[in-house]
Design a protein around this ligand. Sequence first.
Ligand SMILES: N[C@@H](CCC(=O)N[C@@H](CS)C(=O)NCC(=O)O)C(=O)O
Length: 197
Amino acid sequence: MTETSPYARKCRVLIREQGLSHRIAEIEAMPLDDPAALLDINPLGKVPALIRDDAAPLFDSPLICEYIDSLDEDRWIPKSGTARWRVLRFQALADGILDLAVGRRIELTRPEDKRHTYWVERQESGILRSLDLLEQEADKFVGAFDVGAMSIAVALGYLDFRYPESAWREGRRRLAAFYEKWAERPSFQSTQPPASA
Ligand SMILES: N[C@@H](CCC(=O)N[C@@H](CS)C(=O)NCC(=O)O)C(=O)O
């Protein structure tokens, strides 16, 4: 994991919320350095990745969250029914916001003559449309403690971290109030990305 990765943060928050810190160790790996220890367990070269004692390593945060959730009685991903699809849908939307926000940041760090405004604008529009949908549907996840709500809070935290100038709260009162509550939780406080990164 890296402390700045929002995908890793989803897994780290879940580990804390489910009281599993004594069973899962967190090892720092910088994916862009291509460390052999990471490539050995995840050929995609991305974090997070999870080593298990008795089975193949896992990668991709939705899969790792599903695995972590299976280790505890208190389910943050319902096993079946409408609730399962609601939670997984919100996780997919939150992860999609992250994909767009991370992609946009990569695009913006290129030298100006190599940047594609088309992609930056497309990513921006996708983020804004998704935030609007979340504001509209807030009653479906506000007050819930599950992987869907948690992933949304992690995505909003990432916008604050990497786009401090973003006015995502404007016109999205319910989403802003939802995030404030999550940001106070010990699982969020102890997984804050370092201010200097
Ligand atoms: N879909 C993956 C995305 C993971 C991901 O893109 N992680 C970033 C760090 S924030 C990474 O490792 N990037 C290195 C790379 O793309 O080569 C997940 O949900 O875990």
